[in-house]
Design a protein around this ligand. Structure first.
Ligand SMILES: [Zn+2]
Ligand SMILES: [Zn+2]
Ligand SMILES: [Zn+2]
Length: 167
């Protein structure tokens, strides 16, 4: 049941993000193509942190006809419109995650197996708020990452494109 509710929420979130994307493209004079919307949906219906090639491969598997260049260009657009965050998982390429309707969080990334855990913390929020305040800023959004080593053995990473082999 719980997971069904979650799926419904995710679909709703994807729909809202799609509306924001359509409106932004219209306003900035970009053509609203089916390919661009497919990239947005792929990201919003996923719970992981995808890189451009992973998105391309996923879409190809679903028989979506799209070029790598379109995927890259769409990701740039989504970033420009604040619909995705870029994150660095320690690979030699950028990963993307949805940001519309998602609260600020920290990523804990295992250096050995690539496992990524998301942490939402009020305590961390307060610390960052205070640090910004003390330096004359008002906290905006953030997407942080720390590199660590998970204590469980046997996790496998989900990025086939990681350039450094796991030790
Ligand atoms: Zn690990
Ligand atoms: Zn995340
Ligand atoms: Zn990667």
């Amino acid at each position: 049941m719980a997971s069904r509710t979650k799926t419904r929420e995710k679909k709703e979130q994807a729909k809202q993000a799609e509306e924001v994307f359509k409106a932004a493209m219209k306003e900035e004079g970009y053509r609203c193509t089916r390919e661009r919307l497919t990239v947005l949906r792929e990201i919003y219906l996923s719970d992981s942190h995808l890189d451009a090639d992973e998105i391309f491969v996923k879409l190809k598997k679903k028989n979506v006809s799209i070029s790598r260049a379109t995927v890259y260009h769409t990701l740039d657009l989504l970033f420009k419109f604040h619909l995705v965050n870029k994150i660095d998982l320690g690979h030699k390429h950028t990963h993307y995650e949805k940001s519309y309707g998602v609260s600020n969080h920290l990523h804990i990334i295992c250096e050995q197996c690539d496992r990524v855990v998301e942490v939402h913390s009020e305590e961390l929020n307060s610390i960052l708020e205070r640090l910004c305040d003390e330096n004359g800023f008002t906290l905006g959004s953030y997407s942080l990452q720390v590199f660590a080593r998970c204590r469980d053995e046997g996790h496998t990473g989900n990025c086939e494109l990681k350039t450094q082999p796991a030790h």
